[in-house]
Design a protein around this ligand. Structure first.
Ligand SMILES: [Zn+2]
Ligand SMILES: [Zn+2]
Length: 244
């Protein structure tokens, strides 16, 4: 397989409303995490940070310029790989221990990064799939249901939406009806443990909360962004299968 360069590992696209979408083009779409940068007056937000095989701060100049809070929508490896590069970090309490002490097992890297099959080009440098792990990045800020993440001029409400993982959170900007949903909902094959009844009950409750939320745009943890109608139909399909 071809080996990528650090300079080409990330791609960015400005979406308007101060939001930049950053992604890792050499990771196959299903495994590729969306990294969201939100420009604020007093500080910026980074929502998720990729799998961490190339420095995000070194490659994306706008991330090194200003104070930034790195939020973890949850702590699967693909979402927290470069959190350690940012001094201010936030996560839900249910997954704070994982961000502080990540392992291949507790970040799901064991399962997804057992070989090179998630890539279309290999990460640069001394890459070995089985040696891959996320660096520790303990959070200073814990975000719970109802917490507010503030940038000085923008305000995001935290929703605790467990089911995909115990500490999954979404960030909602009411003023613009913008939802950053992590892996709770996105426009692609959702990931859950259908055999875990307790988790599925939580996931059903989380989906029900999203059904009636007014949104103009949803920026999910994977796949392209979408609007209200698509969000409702994804949630309804899920509930038709699991809300019994
Ligand atoms: Zn996940
Ligand atoms: Zn993910």
């Amino acid at each position: 397989m071809k080996i990528a360069t650090p300079e080409t590992w990330y791609q960015t696209q400005h979406l308007g409303n101060g939001i930049t979408w950053i992604y890792e083009p050499f990771i196959k779409e299903y495994y590729r995490c969306n990294i969201w940068h939100v420009r604020g007056r007093d500080r910026d937000l980074l929502i998720d940070s990729g799998m961490g095989v190339v420095s995000l701060r070194e490659q994306i100049a706008q991330l090194a310029e200003r104070p930034i809070l790195a939020v973890a929508s949850h702590t699967h490896f693909d979402h927290i790989g470069t959190h350690h590069e940012f001094a201010d970090r936030a996560v839900h309490p249910a997954e704070a221990d994982i961000l502080a002490q990540p392992t291949r097992a507790n970040t799901a890297a064991d399962y997804y990064v057992a070989d090179d099959s998630i890539f279309t080009a290999l990460p640069p440098g001394d890459w070995h799939a089985l040696k891959y792990e996320v660096k520790a990045a303990p959070a200073q800020t814990l975000l719970e249901e109802g917490s507010i993440v503030d940038t000085g001029d923008r305000s995001f409400e935290v929703f605790h939406l467990p089911g995909h993982s115990d500490g999954s959170i979404a960030l909602y900007e009411r003023a613009t009806e913008t939802l950053f949903s992590g892996d709770v909902i996105y426009d692609g094959e959702l990931a859950y443990d259908a055999d875990n009844a307790a988790e599925m009950r939580q996931y059903v409750a989380s989906m029900k909360r999203l059904l009636d939320l007014p949104v103009r745009v949803v920026h999910g943890g994977h796949y392209p962004s979408f609007g209200q109608e698509r969000m409702r139909s994804i949630a309804q399909d899920f509930l038709a299968t699991f809300d019994r």
